[in-house]
Design a protein around this ligand. Structure first.
Ligand code: ATP
Ligand code: MG
Length: 433
C-alpha cells in the first residue's frame, strides 16, 4: 500500500504556520508499515485542491487530506473532493442536528454557515469529530474507470485531527494491513548522551540486524532509537526482542524508557512517587527550566516541592544558604557552589532530593578557566552532607538555549540514576566532559 498526504490551507503556504498534521499522519503510516510516497500543501483554492486530489487518487492507494472542512467560505475541501471524485454532496440532517446540539450545549445558536459541514460526499463513511464541528470522511474511490483508492478527509485543527486519527484511521490501517506481515516498531529513549556516542555504541546492532532496522533520532539531550520488524506476529516479536536485548546491552543504563509516551521528567516523577520521596531545585543558569520540566507532569505536586531560581549571588546566599565566602573564593560557577546549592535547597525546602545547576550559558561571561558551556550540576540525596553530594562538571556545546536545555536534561538524568540505583552519568563513556 502506497500513500500520499495533502495538507490544505493557504496559511500553510506562508511563513506563519507549518504543516504539522502531516508529521502526525506520517508517524501513523510508518507504524503500520505503509509507504508514504508523497506529501504536499495546497492553498484554499477549489480548483487546485481538486486537481491535487485527483492526481494523488490516480497514483496512490491511500490519500489522507487535512484541512478545509471548516464552515467558512475558504473551506473548500468537501467541494473539491466531490469534484475530483465526480460525485455529489449530500446533506445529512442528522449531522446538522448534531452540530446544532453541540452549539446549543455551549449556549450559542448555530451560525447558518455551519450547515455546510453536514454535507457529505455521496457514498462516504462519516468519521465523527468529537472535538469539533467538522466531521471527517472516508471514501472508497474507484469505479468508472478510476483507480481503486481510499480517501480520508480530516479537519485541519491538529487536536481534532489527532483524535480522529486514533479513533478511525488507526483501526482502519490495522485492518487494511492485517495478515500481510505488518511492520511493528519500538522505541528506546536515551537521556543525556550525545548522539554520536549512542551511534558509536550501537554499531554492533547495525551490523547484526541491518542498518535499516534501527533509526537514530536526536533531540536536545535526548536520543531516540526506533527499531522495526516485519512479518507475522511471533516472528516480529522475536526479532524486536532480539534487537531490544542487543541495544540494552550496548547502550546500558542511559536508556530511560521503552514507552513511546514517557518523558524523562515523568520517569523521574514515577521513581520519586514510588519511593515516597520529594524533590526540590536550585537553579541559576537554567532559570527554572528543571522545575518547569518537573511540573510539566500532571500530579507532580505529589513529589515536587518547588525550587529557587537563584540567579544572583545574593539570592544564592539568602535563599539557599550558600556561604558568601565560598562564592568569593570559587565563583558562582564552581563545584563548591553547586554542591552548596543542592545541599542548601534540600535543607531550605525540606526535600529528600535536590538538583542544583550553575553554569555559563553564554554567549558572554566565559573565561579561559570557565568557557561558555561550562556547567556544574549537583544532586543531593537523603541523609547526605555536602561532601556526599553528587557533582558533575561538564562543558556543553552549542548556544545559550542548547546549553540550558542540556543542563536541565542532565540534571534530571543524574537524579534518575540515583533514584533508580544505576551507575552515575559521570562514569558513562562518551558522555559530555
Ligand atoms: P477544519 O476543517 O477543522 O475547519 P480548517 O483547515 O478548515 O480545519 P482552518 O481554520 O483553516 O480550518 O484551520 C484551523 C486551525 O488548524 C488553524 O490554526 C490552522 O493553522 C491549523 N491547521 C490547519 N491545517 C494544519 C496542518 N496541516 N498542520 C498544522 N496546523 C494546521
Ligand atoms: Mg484551512
Amino acid at each position: 500500500m502506497r500513500a500520499a498526504i495533502l495538507a490544505v490551507g493557504s496559511e500553510l503556504l506562508g511563513t506563519e504556520r507549518l504543516d504539522t498534521n502531516s508529521l502526525r499522519l506520517a508517524e501513523v503510516l510508518e507504524r503500520y508499515g505503509v509507504e508514504l510516497a508523497a506529501k504536499g500543501v495546497v492553498g484554499d483554492d477549489r480548483g487546485e485542491i481538486a486537481a491535487e486530489l485527483g492526481r494523488l487518487l490516480g497514483r496512490f492507494d491511500l490519500v489522507l487530506a487535512t484541512g478545509g472542512l471548516g464552515p467558512t467560505a475558504d473551506d473548500l475541501t468537501r467541494e473539491a473532493a466531490a469534484d475530483a471524485l465526480g460525485r455529489p454532496l449530500v446533506f445529512h440532517p442528522e449531522i446538522a442536528a448534531w452540530i446544532e446540539r453541540r452549539f446549543r450545549d455551549h449556549g450559542v445558536a448555530m451560525p447558518e454557515s455551519n450547515r455546510r459541514q453536514a454535507e457529505v460526499i455521496d457514498g462516504a463513511v462519516v468519521v465523527p469529530n468529537p472535538r469539533g464541528t467538522a466531521p471527517g470522511m472516508r471514501i472508497a474511490a474507484g469505479g468508472d474507470g478510476r483507480r481503486d483508492a481510499t480517501l480520508f478527509l480530516f479537519p485541519g485543527v491538529p487536536d481534532e485531527m489527532a483524535g480522529m486519527v486514533s479513533s478511525h484511521l488507526e483501526p482502519w490501517l490495522a485492518a487494511a494491513t492485517a495478515g500481510r506481515g505488518a511492520r511493528e516498531g519500538r522505541v528506546f529513549k536515551v537521556a543525556a548522551l550525545p548522539e554520536s556516542t549512542v551511534d558509536d555504541r550501537i554499531r554492533g546492532a547495525y551490523a547484526e540486524f541491518g542498518r535499516e532496522t534501527i533509526t537514530i533520532l536526536a533531540h536536545p539531550g535526548e536520543v531516540q532509537l526506533h527499531f522495526w520488524a516485519t512479518g507475522g506476529e511471533a516472528e516480529r516479536r522475536a526479532r524486536l526482542d532480539a534487537v531490544a536485548a542487543r541495544l540494552r546491552e550496548l547502550v546500558g543504563p542511559a536508556i530511560y524508557t521503552a514507552d513511546p509516551a514517557a518523558t524523562l521528567e515523568g520517569t523521574v516523577g514515577d521513581l520519586l512517587r514510588g519511593r515516597g520521596e520529594s524533590a526540590a531545585t536550585a537553579e541559576s543558569c537554567t532559570g527554572g527550566l528543571v522545575a518547569e520540566r518537573l511540573t510539566r507532569v500532571p500530579g507532580s505536586s505529589d513529589y515536587f516541592l518547588g525550587g529557587a531560581v537563584a540567579y544572583s549571588n545574593r539570592l544564592k546566599e539568602s535563599l539557599l544558604g550558600v556561604p558568601g565566602a565560598l562564592l568569593a573564593a570559587h565563583g558562582a560557577v564552581s563545584e563548591e557552589v553547586a554542591r552548596a546549592m543542592a545541599a542548601g535547597a534540600r535543607a531550605a525546602f525540606a526535600a529528600d532530593w535536590a538538583i542544583a545547576v550553575t553554569g555559563v550559558a553564554g554567549p558572554g561571561g566565559g573565561s579561559e578557566e570557565k568557557p561558555v558551556g561550562t556547567v556544574h550540576l549537583a544532586v543531593a540525596g537523603p541523609g547526605e552532607d555536602e561532601a556526599a553530594v553528587e557533582h558533575r562538571r561538564v562543558r556543553f556545546p552549542g548556544d545559550r538555549r542548547r546549553v540550558r536545555e542540556l543542563s536541565a536534561q542532565l540534571g534530571l538524568e543524574m537524579l534518575r540514576r540515583r533514584l533508580a540505583g544505576l551507575p552515575s552519568t559521570a562514569e558513562e563513556a562518551g558522555s559530555w566532559r
